[in-house]
Design a protein around this ligand. Structure first.
Ligand SMILES: [Zn+2]
Length: 209
């Protein structure tokens, strides 16, 4: 089974109904992987395709993959084990949204991930930001960048705090591949700034070990 189509999220389902092109792009992405093309090349926008549509498709894919990766560790992450959304002792993240937490607030990692996945799902379903026809609005790219910047934190948390659980269920290769997809795509389209990728060192060591 291809790694990149294991989980169908709500946002993906909604858009797919309207976006025939997306499924074509997805096929082309999977075909590239199936042909042994490495991820660095597979993330490149196929010639003649729309760059923004390619970014939308990959954003949905990364969102769905991340949600699935989280399921491997969600049962062992709670407010006692992880009272803060963190990556080791150096990096921690506060949650902020327009609803319950208008000011940056410390929440347990599990709640952070729940709030984050809901927030991304709502953004992807928002026609004013991700229109299913016509031009993409000005806030499209800033929203995409914000989504990727926040999603990568879920991987950081998994790598830093729950790698034993990942190893126990032998999900390392799956999570590494999903992370590399995020990483190379983000590099290709400059989505996550270097500062926001700062915890990458430990991730690299886990991938290489
Ligand atoms: Zn945790």
């Amino acid at each position: 089974m291809p790694l990149f189509n294991l989980f169908q999220g709500r946002a993906d389902t909604n858009r797919k109904k309207k976006h025939a092109k997306n499924s074509y792009l997805k096929q082309s992405f999977k075909k590239s992987l199936g042909n042994g093309v490495n991820l660095k090349d597979a993330v490149k926008c196929p010639p003649g395709e729309d760059r923004d549509e390619w970014i939308v498709m990959n954003t949905m894919e990364v969102y769905n993959n991340t949600t699935l990766c989280w399921q491997f560790v969600s049962e062992v992450c709670n407010e006692k084990t992880c009272p803060t959304m963190s990556a080791g002792s150096t990096f921690s993240y506060l949650w902020k949204d327009k609803g319950k937490y208008p000011k940056p607030t410390n929440v347990p990692a599990a709640e952070y991930v729940e709030l984050l996945t809901l927030w991304v799902s709502e953004k992807l379903d928002d026609e004013t930001i991700f229109p299913t026809s016509g031009k993409f609005p000005r806030e499209f790219m800033p929203t995409v960048e914000n989504i990727w910047k926040r999603l990568v934190r879920i991987y950081f948390h998994i790598y830093y705090h729950h790698w034993n659980t990942v190893s126990a269920v032998k999900a390392e290769a799956h999570i590494n591949t999903c992370f590399k997809h995020l990483y190379y795509f983000s590099k290709e389209f400059h989505l996550v700034k270097d500062d926001d990728m700062a915890p990458i060192g430990d991730v690299q060591r886990k991938i290489d070990s």
